[in-house]
Design a protein around this ligand. Sequence first.
Ligand SMILES: [Fe+2]
Length: 211
Amino acid sequence: MNKSSRRLFIKTGLWGSTLAMFSHTSSASEPTPKEIKGPFYPLNAQKDRDFDLTQVAGKSGVAKGKVVFVEGRVLDSHDKPIENATVDIWQANAAGKYNHPHDTYDAPIDPNFQGWAIVQSGENGKFRFKTIIPGIYPATETWDRPPHIHFKVTKKGYVELVTQMYFPDHKLNTPDLLLAKKSKKQQAQMIATKIKGKQHSLRYNIVLKKA
Ligand SMILES: [Fe+2]
């Protein structure tokens, strides 16, 4: 290789890797960070697990609390939609109580709150559900958990994701001992965002990692 062709080689080599770097950062998304499942995954069989957690089939009442619609998409790390993923969610009621035999928190169970739902992602990876903002509950004597929704997302060919979704601008997000362990970037992925012009609606996209 003579001097000038070597120079050309170095030049194109550098250019090539710069391009590769750009294409990597612009099209790849990090998978949604994992979080612990916690002790309150539902144990009791429950017939009504539809997308509306604010009402229980066969009951005329509605759940206590502030209604919120959560919508999002299940995506792969190249932002391609994943259809037919199973989105399994469970959460505390407005008083911060799980309808679970191991939850010893002294707060009332809400008989009109469904507490658990399983929905599928549809066209373009979209999913949605209607719920209430879960209450704060004590994890220990000195640690109150901010409102959060537990997620378990599964799809054949992808790594099962167990995580927790947080609510935007909540004062207990920053001191939360679980959320505080995440990087700022990870926190931004785990905290849902308000949807402009759509009241009581939050967006929460989920990125799954290939198995
Ligand atoms: Fe929880």
